[in-house]
Design a protein around this ligand. Structure first.
Ligand code: CP3
Length: 348
């Protein structure tokens, strides 16, 4: 099946479908016993990301189980920092750990010299997934947006207040801008290579956009994402780009740019009703079930999923979560959610 005919791509191109397509952020992961098995066989999380056979396997696991409309490449946003030359590791129970960049001088150690070679296994994974997927299933490539990746690179991992990255960005915008420029170039290459290997569309994750005040948000989150979209479109004019600026509230309106992004992925904090009124007439909306509703399951989940479908299911819409599936989620709840979305009828 051609890219343009797949349900997910039709929705991203603005079509209102009778039954909206569904996939879930972090649909491959620790909540699946088969993922935990493959993960143990791979060794570390990064070894799994760089092993094309095993990364393909974990990408396909949720497709086999639930028949989602899209697979998302199994990888991580931090492989870009790793490929630029920063030391990255994932520690059990701690999440990502990076050798933090301290000032402008540390930027000199980073570069695009080995980028493509380092990420070769990721692009091989994309083509293996492509070859193994059912023809109607779309394949989504992705990257972290520069602000979020820079946050991890400067904080050295997760953070409570993001004081280091903010201080750098606010106090030394010229040198911070150099890091953002490097990330823009790296992300455009990374996404273009994924498209060339067989991705039907791409998503930009700006998970930490919501911690920035408005003017800084424009400068360090929106502007880099727009530049990435423009540069990628020059190389691949038709590729749909989904923007996920998490937790930005009504500033989501700044990202409502149908000439630049095909869709906006909305977190749980944005009301479905508001999104239907303010966003959906202009751009495809993706989201926004609370991942903890999926964990809770039962009637509460059914009611909430049906409510979201009632608000957004009449326009161009991709059913998803407001953020990733959490590890404690019972797989049966996911199966039930897919059933609810598949059986929903507009007007119901
Ligand atoms: O969605 C998918 O199924 C595709 C795979 C995917 C992963 N990470 C796998 C992963 C995607 C799209 C990501 C994106 C990502 N990675 C983001 C943006 C989205 C978001 O969640 O906000 C961020 C911020 C990261 C960085 C990252 N990677 C963190 C903070 C962590 C630790 C938290 C955790 O859940 O352990 C990771 C690890 C990670 N990335 C895991 C998976 C499946 C868990 C690793 C394991 O198996 O132990």
């Amino acid at each position: 099946m051609k890219t343009a005919d797949k349900l997910l791509i039709r929705a991203l191109k603005g079509e209102a479908l009778k039954s909206p397509p569904i996939w879930l952020m972090r649909q491959a992961g620790r909540y699946l016993p088969e993922y935990r098995g493959t993960r143990a066989a791979a060794g570390s999380f990064l070894e799994l990301c760089y092993n094309p056979v095993l990364a393909t396997e974990v990408t396909l696991q949720p497709i086999r189980r639930f028949g989602f409309d899209a697979a998302i490449l199994f990888s991580d946003i931090l492989v870009v920092a790793d490929a630029l030359g920063q030391k990255v590791s994932f520690e059990e129970g701690r999440g990502p750990v990076l050798e933090a960049l301290k000032d402008g001088k540390d930027l000199a150690q980073l570069g695009l010299g080995r980028f493509h070679e380092h990420l070769g296994p990721v692009y091989e994974t994309v083509s293996r997934i492509r070859a193994a997927l059912p023809p109607e299933t779309a394949l989504i490539g992705f990257a972290g947006a520069p602000w979020t990746v820079a946050s991890y690179m400067i904080e050295g991992g997760g953070s409570r207040d993001f004081a280091k990255v903010k201080q750098w960005a606010y106090g030394h915008p010229e040198s911070f801008g150099l890091l953002i420029d490097l990330l823009i170039e790296a992300v455009v290459d990374h996404l273009a290579y994924q498209v060339e290997a067989g991705a039907d569309g791409v998503q930009l994750f700006d998970s930490w956009a919501g911690i920035l005040p408005e003017e800084q948000l424009f400068h360090w989150s929106l502007d880099p994402m727009v530049r990435i979209a423009k540069d990628l479109r020059e190389r691949h004019p038709k590729v749909p780009i989904v923007a996920f600026p998490r937790a930005v509230g009504p500033a989501a309106l700044m990202y409502r740019r149908p000439d630049t992004f095909a869709a906006l992925s909305i977190d749980t904090g944005i009301g479905a009703h508001w999104a239907a009124k303010e966003l959906q007439p202009h751009i495809c909306v993706q989201g926004n079930l609370d991942p903890i509703m999926l964990l809770a399951g039962g009637e509460a989940m059914e009611r909430e999923a049906t409510r979201i479908l009632g608000k957004l299911g009449h326009g161009s819409f991709v059913f998803n979560l407001g953020h990733g599936v959490v590890p404690q989620t019972p797989p049966d709840n996911v199966a039930r959610l897919v059933e609810i979305v598949r059986n929903w009828k507009p007007g119901a």
